[in-house]
Design a protein. Structure first.
Length: 277
């Protein structure tokens, strides 16, 4: 693996961390609990949670988050990678390609070529690079047909990670994310609890101690009739999935005109223990 080792992570006096990606890393659907003190429309998400948790174990964490919702992998490569490399970070997290892979006619082979371009550039800085697989969509009947394409991309990504010595956060194997409560009302973005569990898993991969477990059992769900569940699936597909695909095909994005929420490295506030991570 490139960069510093897990055993060195919490021994650094100053740690610089840059997160790259799309809405998943921006933190969509995970609002800050103290929303009155943060800019309107800014989300928290797993990456902010990880940075805040790291700040409780390192002298100082300087954190930038360049992720912007709706970005395709070529946009992430062109707009985020070089600024991140110029910051010479100790730690980089990269999750990209999800918006490409679920588009009609997507090509996992071509997408991973762009992914490898990014990993090669970031690894060359000496940073420790952490990458993320795609989610298993088996829990979502309307998107279940995408499993094969996502699995193909995941295997390609793992091969890239092996070549460059990257750590891998395996979202596919996180069975807890197959629970609908891990997702927000739009079923396209994680809920606050989903983000919290991904943050716990990421800390586990980094070797940073946490009190909670990402795979803790969910409470028993409230029963729903099969017919009710299918009606909700159809409503969701009509109200959220179809418009999302329409934006993709027309070249529009929910992130048009938006910039990253933390474009430069700056000190990160320590996460309170009760809200770990």
């Amino acid at each position: 693996m490139s960069g510093f080792r897990t055993s060195e992570l919490t021994q650094k006096d100053i740690l610089s961390y840059v997160a790259l990606g799309d809405s998943f890393t921006e933190g969509m659907s995970d609002p800050y609990p103290d929303s009155d003190t943060v800019p309107e429309g800014r989300y928290r998400g797993w990456a902010d949670r990880v940075a805040g948790h790291l700040a409780g174990h390192v002298g100082e964490v300087r954190y930038a988050n360049l992720a912007v919702r709706g970005k395709l992998i070529a946009q992430i490569r062109d707009e985020q990678v070089e600024p991140a490399a110029e910051m010479a970070p100790d730690l980089v997290t990269l999750c990209a390609g999800g918006n490409d892979i679920i588009r009609p006619g997507a090509d996992p082979d071509r997408t991973v070529e762009l992914f490898e371009d990014m990993v090669a550039r970031l690894s060359a800085t000496g940073a420790r690079v952490v990458v993320f697989t795609g989610f298993d969509t088996n829990w979502q009947p309307v998107m279940r047909h995408l499993r094969g394409r996502i699995a193909t991309y995941n295997m390609h990504m793992r091969a890239v990670a092996d070549r460059y010595g990257c750590d891998v956060v395996d979202l596919w194997s996180m069975g807890c994310l197959s629970d609908p409560r891990a997702w927000s009302w739009d079923r396209l973005h994680l809920s606050p609890e989903g983000h919290r569990r991904v943050a716990l898993r990421t800390c586990e991969v980094l070797g940073v101690p946490v009190a909670g477990r990402w795979d803790a059992p969910w409470p028993p769900p409230e029963p729903r009739a099969w017919r009710t569940a299918r009606q909700e699936d159809l409503h969701w597909a009509r109200e959220f999935l179809v418009p999302w695909i329409g934006r993709r095909l027309s070249g529009r994005s929910s992130g048009d005109g938006l910039g990253p929420k933390r474009p430069v490295l700056r000190p990160c506030r320590r996460t309170d223990h009760h809200d770990e991570p």
